[in-house]
Design a protein around this ligand. Structure first.
Ligand code: PGA
Length: 309
């Protein structure tokens, strides 16, 4: 058993999670033959098959499941070891793995410069994915801190609000409804609409809002990028609902405008979250404290600086 390597366990974990050798190889940036070779060696070490294939699906065998549970315990122990060593060193150093939803990416990076100036010895990594992706990583306890607008209801988490997240209706500046006040929600039904992809937190909020108001909109396209949505709005493809934080530049330079529709802005919040019971590293705790204490002020100052005086 002691011949098994951490690398092999990491590969097994990725295959189990994706149900695919190919996707595990992509995630780990390995070639497929390397992945197969490592699993072959691990299988020989264990002395029993670890995966079985039924039709096109790959499943862990009972032995595979045992190896996976042992691997989870081992990675947790390594994470604890890392924290313990950082603490022994008594230094705020190490690496922080942050995750932000596709929309939270408009404010989380704004915090990094100030933080880095205060703690140049801490290495930062920021992974961006949509809200569904954020929650999947959180459920697997893959990272240190998660920034999102929709905390999960089915997981035990610690939750700290960072700032407000107003969702607004966005149109090209020359749209006939631009500048009008109290536009009825019903009027949206006559407009072509651009939606984010399934799995987006923003989309879920918009769908719920429209359903509550019994308005069915004509969705002309789904796009998985806020940047692409803004360009599509500017190009006259339709309207959309976006976080106001994603619009600073385009509303300032007059490319896009926010429509004054009844019920908007939909007031949401941005949170930083992590699983209950997670032992945060000194570095992650430092970033958490910094975000809570200074996040709102830094982000608002950033937006204010964009407004010409
Ligand atoms: P989204 O994120 O980019 O997936 O829409 C919004 C959120 O975190 O609520």
């Amino acid at each position: 058993m002691r011949q098994a390597t951490l690398h092999q366990l990491q590969i097994l974990e990725a295959i189990a999670r994706h149900g695919s050798f190919t996707r595990a190889a992509e995630e780990l940036e390995l070639t497929q033959p390397t992945v197969s070779q490592q699993i072959k060696r691990l299988t020989e070490t264990i002395g029993m098959p670890l995966f079985e294939q039924l039709g096109k699906q790959i499943y862990l065998t009972a032995a595979g499941n045992q190896v996976l549970s042992a691997s989870a315990v081992i990675s947790e122990k390594f994470a604890e070891l890392e924290i313990a060593i950082d603490e022994l060193k008594g230094l705020k150093q190490g690496k922080i793995n942050l995750v932000a939803s596709t929309t939270a990416k408009y404010f989380v990076p704004r915090l990094l410069g100030t933080f880095r100036r205060k703690h140049p010895e801490i290495e930062l990594a920021l992974h961006i994915t949509n809200q569904e992706g954020v929650l999947a990583r959180l459920a697997r306890n893959q990272d240190d801190l998660y920034f999102t607008g929709r905390p999960p209801s089915d997981l035990d988490i610690e939750l700290r609000p960072i700032l407000d997240n107003p969702l607004v209706v966005v149109a090209p500046s020359n749209h006939p409804l631009a500048g009008k006040t109290n536009i009825a929600v019903k009027e949206l039904a006559t407009e072509p609409f651009i939606f984010r992809e399934a799995g987006s937190g923003t989309r879920l909020v918009v769908e719920n809002f429209l359903a509550e108001n019994r308005v069915a909109v004509d969705v002309v396209i789904e796009l998985s990028s806020n940047e692409a949505i803004k360009q599509a709005i500017a190009g006259g493809l339709g309207l959309s609902v976006l976080s106001q934080h994603s619009l600073d530049l385009e509303t300032q330079n007059g490319l896009l405008t926010i429509l004054n529709v009844e019920g908007f802005p939909i007031q949401r919040h941005w949170y930083v979250i992590y699983p209950t019971g997670k032992q945060l590293s000194v570095a992650a705790q430092t970033f958490l404290d910094f975000s809570i204490a200074q996040g709102k002020q830094i982000i608002e100052q950033f937006s204010a600086d964009l407004i010409p005086r």
